[in-house]
Design a protein around this ligand. Structure first.
Ligand code: ADP
Ligand code: ASP
Ligand code: MG
Length: 462
């Protein structure tokens, strides 16, 4: 049995016209593959609206969430009418909007939006779009059924960034989706969401529908996972930054993982792991240019002679420096430093150590800086008292710019090209790291230099 899992992002389900394009793509692929499963995001902007409703309610605003409910109703009803043509809105969509209002009212009363409440509210967009898309496929004479991923993706209770638990997830996906596929029905599955083993709604993190696509692809032993978005595929850099960005035809899993990890929003960074483990090809394609073959991501990408394939940036980062004479050569200081960071659940994106300066510096998302510094002061209080650690310095407003390409470790001079490009634009490099994967070089620059740095490195290396 050949099986294709297709994930459609927010713009691909953003309005009736987009959903019509989606239906045509599904119809075409149903002729080419024996089985097709669809995973959908919320309509573009809807997740932001839902979360804003919750946050304003938590702040005591009793009005905004009502306005948001009206906007949500309008957008979904308009699309629904255009697609399904009948006057009555799908009762399921009405129900989810009522649920949104009800949940926001409770948040208002409590004066607090807990991570658990945010997940229950934030996940409603996918539940609505899945109904819309299933209805549209139906109207296009394709047998389809909306499925809530909370029925089958069993996750940890890490609200806002939940992780699937295996093998329960695989078993449930196979027993829920398998029979639909076998009956020739296209399951239209909500991306982004899951539930704990006790049935409490969770989400996989912003942009997590890509990850859902890979989770379903792997669990169903798909032959390919296709991520449909609003660009022709993965490009040499974010096309919003420069018109010089070009499409990349093939990438290795390792290259794609580095790109996604270091900020290429086109794919959620967790997407790669489930497909790598089963060697499932991943394709990134354009819903609005369906004839384009897109980017193929496989184990061994065809070498195209370029050392650097793409340049990315990841913003809103802080550089934290822990320095002091006792930093080097005293066992355990580094362990305690990173133990402190881990204790607050902060994600370290990059580490660089300079022995002459007797310091360790690392990058964390700015949202976690305050907590990280407080934890460092607590965990290292003995070293601070002994003056082994003399300062803990956070520097906000930095950005990581990364050049990615598997060919770079056997190509001399890539680093000098990167630094040359930055020097030519008088951009100061704050820190450097070469990824242990050997297919990435990262530099840290001030936030104000970010876009210029990406353009400069892109122009010289890609
Ligand atoms: P979706 O809603 O379909 O998941 P996203 O907005 O999350 O879409 O991701 C697609 C966007 O990613 C593109 O519109 C583009 O601006 C951005 N992007 C960033 N880096 C890249 C890149 N290297 N290649 C292609 N797109 C990129
Ligand atoms: N709708 C979710 C978000 O906006 C998930 C996704 O689009 O991938 O983050
Ligand atoms: Mg996305």
């Amino acid at each position: 049995m050949s099986l294709l899992v297709m994930k459609f992002g927010g713009t691909s389900v953003g309005d009736a016209a987009a959903i019509r394009a989606l239906s045509a793509i599904v119809a075409q692929h149903r002729r080419e593959w024996e089985q097709v499963a669809v995973v959908v995001s919320a309509m573009s902007g809807v997740t932001d609206l839902l979360l804003r409703g919750a946050q304003t309610a938590a702040a005591g605003d009793a009005v905004t969430f009502g306005e948001i409910a009206a906007t949500l109703r309008e957008r979904h009803v308009a699309a629904h009418h255009e697609l399904a043509g009948d006057a009555v809105i799908d009762p399921a969509i009405e129900r989810f909007i009522d649920e949104f209002t009800l949940l926001c009212r409770s948040v208002l009363v409590l004066g607090e939006a807990t991570p658990r409440a945010l997940d229950a509210i934030g996940g409603l967009g996918e539940r609505m779009s899945a109904r819309l898309v299933a209805g549209a496929l139906h109207a296009a004479a394709i047998a389809a059924r909306a499925v809530d991923a909370s029925e089958c993706v069993v996750t940890t209770a890490e609200f806002g960034a939940a992780v699937p638990i295996y093998p329960a997830t695989r078993e449930r996906i196979r027993s829920t989706i398998g029979p639909l596929l076998a009956a020739g029905v296209v399951p239209v599955i909500t991306g982004f969401i899951g539930a704990t083993e006790h049935g409490v709604q969770t989400t996989l993190g912003r942009g997590g529908s890509d990850y859902s696509g890979a989770i379903f692809g792997a669990a169903l032993d798909a032959d390919e996972v296709a991520i449909y978005t609003d660009v022709d595929g993965v490009m040499t850099t974010d096309p919003r930054l420069t018109r010089e960005a070009r499409i990349i035809h093939t990438l290795s899993y390792a290259e794609m993982a580095e790109l996604a990890y270091f900020g290429a929003r086109v794919l959620h960074p967790r997407t790669i792991r489930p497909v790598v483990e089963r060697g499932i090809p991943l394709r990134i394609r354009n819903t609005f240019n369906a004839a384009h073959p897109g980017t193929l991501v496989v184990r061994d990408a065809i070498a195209d002679g370029r050392a650097v394939k793409a340049v990315t940036s990841i913003k809103q980062m802080s550089l934290i420096t822990v320095a002091g004479r006792g930093m080097i050569g005293v066992p355990g200081v580094a362990a305690r430093t990173f133990g402190a960071v881990a204790s607050v659940g902060a994600n370290v994106l990059m580490i660089s150590q300079a022995s002459s300066e007797q310091s360790i510096c690392f990058i964390v998302p700015s949202t976690t800086t305050g907590a990280v510094v407080a934890a460092l002061e607590e965990h290292l209080h003995q070293e601070i008292a002994r003056r082994d650690v003399e300062r803990i310095n956070p520097r906000d407003d930095v950005v990581i710019v990364t050049a990615v390409g598997a060919g770079m470790h056997e190509t001399p001079g890539v680093a000098s090209l990167v630094f040359g490009a930055l020097a030519a634009e008088s951009i100061n490099v704050i820190a450097i790291a070469q990824g242990s994967s050997e297919c990435a070089i990262s530099v840290v620059v001030a936030a104000r230099d970010a876009d210029a740095a990406v353009r400069a490195v892109h122009r010289l290396t890609c």
